[in-house]
Design a protein around this ligand. Structure first.
Ligand code: SAM
Ligand code: SF4
Length: 446
């Protein structure tokens, strides 16, 4: 009997690491239906855009991509090559639902972040019926129960979602509306998934959650149990909220060697007035004293964070307070954003919306300071010997790229057999984003 031709699946992922995880899981759901991944959308049988709604620009990118896909869909049909099914998944799907189809009729189905386990049924429904198939439920329990228990690893590092959603309702943020309330997966399921990944050669997992440290049962406890899995040498987690950084998790940074010395702990602003208007539930002083405790546990910690400039009502003085906080905290890396007005969030209706030019100026000033700190952090590694987990070939022949414990990219000359190994590397040079060692005829790193 001849096998049916494999169906081509193209997934484009926007936004955060949680979407990267979700895209991998969508591929797991679709594999039994005969879908294999392709790395370009032309001619694909199913295209999934896994979208992000966090800022206006991220959401708008989706519609420009849909315009291009519409043309490809028409070309495929005209060539007699079958149907291209177009699916919009993720947070834009959750927030805009049927409106997406009104804006772009080429879309066949819309699936929210808690409903993608229903993709096989939705695809069948869209093939049977005209009109868009829509699923935007809010039940992460059902999703995780329905997902295949086997995870297919695609490298030596992997993301692993442990928590979803958020109950904190920061006034600028759409996450509580697009991802729903806080939900933690059962620890036993997470451990099973981690063991499956480790058995396939994964050596590092990054635990994911919108508020990963709000994990029920304690993230510190989960980290300790994961660290016992043979082969799993490195554990990271992201994104944390300052309010959920408990004593046990801080202690784990001192006690669990597999827990990497890197922490993404967004603060958003250094002004207490703005933090209050943002409904963050912490002050600048609270953030700094928390940091002191974490650094007492792990003095070499690489700190990362998120910042928003130009939140409604932010004055020059408020912004100065943010720069002061950055100077006091010292970051190894950070993400800074101009405030983006999101429909339906309380901040979008607040008075005192800041002019675009002021946001641009503040963003440039903040980035200049953060860049300086990042360069200094990287430069301080020169001459040190760091354990590097090699992940993939570099851009140049005989170059391999890995990550230091501090999540810096490390480039070395070497061959692909380094991939999957953790090797001590003496750092010779540093740039803003990466570290390097040039071997010059040496093959073994040391
Ligand atoms: N839960 C995390 C926390 O509390 O810090 C953040 C999750 S959010 C997906 C990632 C980042 O996007 C936030 O830390 C914030 O800096 C940024 N962000 C969220 N909403 C935004 C908005 N309306 N405008 C600009 N940046 C925003
Ligand atoms: Fe958004 Fe705030 Fe929740 Fe983070 S804590 S996901 S910024 S509402």
């Amino acid at each position: 009997m001849t096998q049916p031709a494999p169906k081509r699946l193209y997934i484009k992922t926007y936004g955060c690491q949680m979407n990267v995880y979700d895209s991998e899981r969508m591929a797991d759901v679709l594999r039994p239906l005969g879908y294999g991944m392709t790395d370009h959308p032309e001619g694909a049988d199913l295209v999934v855009l896994n979208t992000c709604h966090i800022r206006e620009k991220a959401a708008e990118k989706v519609f420009s991509e849909l315009g291009k896909l519409k043309v490809m869909k028409q070309e495929k049909a005209a060539a007699g090559d079958g149907v291209m099914t177009i699916a919009v998944a993720g947070c834009v799907a959750q927030a805009q639902g049927q409106e997406i189809r009104a804006r772009q009729p080429a879309v066949d189905l819309v699936v929210g972040p808690q409903a993608y386990h229903q993709l096989p049924e939705l695809i069948a429904r869209s093939h049977r019926a005209s009109g868009v198939a829509l699923a935007a439920d809010f039940t992460p329990e059902d999703k995780f129960d329905a997902l295949p228990k086997d995870r297919t690893a695609s490298g030596v590092t992997a993301f692993l979602t442990v928590q979803e959603g958020c109950d904190k309702f920061c006034t600028f943020c759409v996450v509580p509306y697009t991802r729903g309330g806080e939900f933690s997966r059962p620890a036993a399921d997470i451990l099973t998934e981690a063991r499956s990944l480790a058995s396939q050669g994964v050596r590092e997992v990054t635990l994911l959650g919108q508020n990963v440290n709000a994990f029920t049962g304690g993230l510190g406890n989960l980290v300790r149990r994961l660290a016992e899995i043979p082969g799993l040498d490195r554990i990271r987690y992201t994104t944390s909220h300052p309010r959920d950084m408990d004593d046990d998790l801080i202690a784990a940074h001192a006690e669990v060697p597999a827990l990497m010395p890197y922490l993404h702990l967004p603060v958003q602003s250094g002004s207490d007035r703005i933090l209050k208007a943002m409904n963050r539930g912490h002050t600048a002083a609270h953030y700094l004293s928390l940091l002191e405790r974490i650094r007492a546990a792990r003095p070499d910690l690489a700190l990362s964070g998120d910042f928003i400039v130009g939140f409604p009502g932010e004055t020059d003085k408020d912004f100065e307070a943010t720069l002061d906080l950055v100077r006091a905290a010292t970051f190894a890396s950070a993400f800074s954003f101009k405030y983006s007005r999101r429909p339906g969030t309380p901040a979008s209706a607040m008075p005192g919306q800041v002019a675009e030019e002021a946001k641009d100026e503040r963003l440039a000033a903040l980035n200049a300071l953060l860049d300086e700190q990042q360069r200094a952090f990287n430069a301080a590694q020169v001459g040190r010997t760091l354990d590097v987990l090699f992940e993939k070939p570099g851009r140049y022949p005989d170059q391999v790229v890995g990550r230091s414990p501090y999540l810096q990219a490390v480039h070395v000359s070497g061959t692909a057999d380094l991939i999957g190994r953790i090797v001590p590397v003496t750092i010779q040079s540093a740039a803003k984003m990466s570290l390097a060692r040039n071997f010059e005829n040496q093959l073994e790193p040391a």
